[in-house]
Write a protein that binds this ligand. Structure first.
Ligand code: TMP
Ligand code: ASP
Length: 244
């Protein structure tokens, strides 16, 4: 696979063309940002860990019937993916209140939601990814009703697959963000699935194993990502006592 023209740089990834027009190369950077890029740092090895972790999640989801853009890992930081026409809607799935929903609706962090919550945001950094609903999505022609039905079905299925998979590794899936795109008439799950885009809590201690360690200056960010990888790779339980 030949690395082609540089296409686009996001906050955490670079995207390149390849010699196959249907495939793109994503390279995961070590950069971390929060607060729409106001807070910035370089976290050595974060990109390597997120490349690896995203590949594990995408492969696991593919095995469980989810169609994703993932093709294969090709280097420490690089994965080949299907080229998508990105739908500029971020889909957030919440099982437990944390982060923005806790602030917005005054729900204490850690409160289990009686029903899984789906939220949508317009993917637009300048506007700070504002929350939108179906009316906005159709009014702005971001996606069709048929596409949204498919996206919601897949997002909830991803949640149903990820919860027990992670629970088995001593990790509670609090919430996560997904992005989707069109490829040859199909909707595929895109972007990444990593501790940058999910909230993972240790099931026993409640310790945060995700980007909230960076957002909230808790330290040990890369160590936490490494711990998630250790648990996913080892198939073994957490390095704590008392796991039932
Ligand atoms: P929030 O509570 O800040 O709205 O975040 C909800 C989930 O979405 C959380 O798992 C982190 C993830 N997320 C992203 O992946 N990118 C973003 O830009 C934001 C704000 C959140
Ligand atoms: N999208 C946010 C930013 O880069 C990051 C986050 O909070 O996840 O500012």
């Amino acid at each position: 696979m030949v690395k082609g023209e540089f296409l686009y740089e996001g906050k955490a990834k670079k995207v390149f063309r390849t010699d196959d027009p249907d495939l793109l190369l994503i390279e995961f950077k070590d950069d971390a940002t929060a607060l729409d890029g106001v807070k910035k740092d370089r976290l050595p090895d974060k990109g390597i860990l997120n490349n690896h972790l995203s590949a594990i999640f995408f492969e696991m989801l593919e095995k469980n019937g989810i169609e994703t853009h993932f093709e294969k890992t090709i280097s420490e930081r690089g994965m080949l993916v299907n080229a998508l026409e990105i739908i500029p809607v971020e889909v957030i799935v919440r099982n437990i209140a944390a982060g923005s929903i806790s602030k917005r609706l005054a729900i204490p962090e850690g409160t289990t939601l009686k029903k899984t919550v789906l939220e949508f945001s317009l993917k637009n950094d300048e506007l700070h990814d504002p929350m939108i609903n179906h009316y906005h999505i159709y009014a702005l022609d971001l996606a069709s009703a048929e596409e949204m039905a498919e996206i919601e079905k897949v997002a909830l299925k991803v949640n149903d697959i990820m919860i027990p998979y992670l629970k088995d590794k001593g990790i509670t899936l609090v919430d996560f963000k997904l992005e989707f795109g069109r490829h040859k008439g199909k909707i595929l799950l895109g972007d990444e699935i990593s501790p940058d885009t999910c909230r993972f809590w240790d099931s026993n201690s409640g310790e945060k194993l995700d980007k909230d360690r960076f957002r909230r200056d808790l330290g040990g960010v890369v160590e936490a990502y490494r711990e998630v990888l250790r648990r996913l790779e080892g198939g073994e339980g957490p390095a704590v006592e008392g796991k039932s």
